[in-house]
Design a protein around this ligand. Sequence first.
Ligand SMILES: [Mn+2]
Length: 330
Amino acid sequence: MQPHAEACLRLAPGQEATECRSGRIQLCSESLLLPTVTAANPASPGHTFDTDGAIYMGARRDPAGCRVGLFGVPYDGTTSFRPGTRFGPAAIREVSSGLETYCPQLNLDLEELAFADLGAVEIPFGAPEPVVAAVRSATTAVLDLGLAPLMLGGEHSISSGAVAAVAERHADLVLVQLDAHADLRQTWLGNQHSHACAMRRCLEVLPSGALLQIAIRSGTRVEFEELRQQRRLVPRPQMVAALQALRGQPLYLTVDLDWFDPAVLPGTGTPEPGGFLWADFAELVAELRHHRLVGADIVELAPQLDPSGVSSVLAAKVTRSLLLLLGAAA
Ligand SMILES: [Mn+2]
């Protein structure tokens, strides 16, 4: 158990913090034989975050005094090809303790950032509409706590809920998408909230209509015609310059992990050859250091599709970068 995490756990009477074999921090009742307690977040009445399971390294459960609120949405109800993103948030948390808290690129350390891991949004099983609504409500609750939201998916359909909540606070919000796929379909497989429609739904809840789609490499002819006509497609050589032009504006960054090459991140449901490496992401991180990042999500990790586990490690490191950027901008 990490000492700082232990110190920050708020325990109910009759509970004690224990470390289980996997190294996870659990809130246990008096007997270790009883199931793990699911705790409501005391600071957000009406919104229950399930805190069962692991916690991201260095995080607190109690949001008081924090600047960033991390939460998971373990959902893969509309996945069109290979499912498994419901296991994404847990995998990111579990491997996070293998990373350093210090980021040499940003010269920032999670040990010096007060951030909360609020757990998982409690979502209904099945159709996406109530899930998106729950995500919007939970993101609003995180914003009401004064925290910058960082959401761990789950599949990409959840992003429109978080974007809608953040856009309510920032009418001039700009959405920046890292993704292999355009995600601009009106509907897919009979579902308007399919993850293949993620950016179409985001555009409906984004008052500014401002969306930058960074180096998208897969989609239909119709999607690409729209990308070109709307000048939303940012080619790889221009991605840093395109962000530079947005300095000072509030940004929401959605990271579909299939933006990375399947060689470095095979653990995703719809892999697309021709993707990017960590160094490419690091270039964006360096530029984002100068921006007002007000919210972000990391989606589409399907950890069980990668027996090596490196996909989860990369996702956990992306999480660390975004925690630090959100914390620095808050
Ligand atoms: Mn994608």
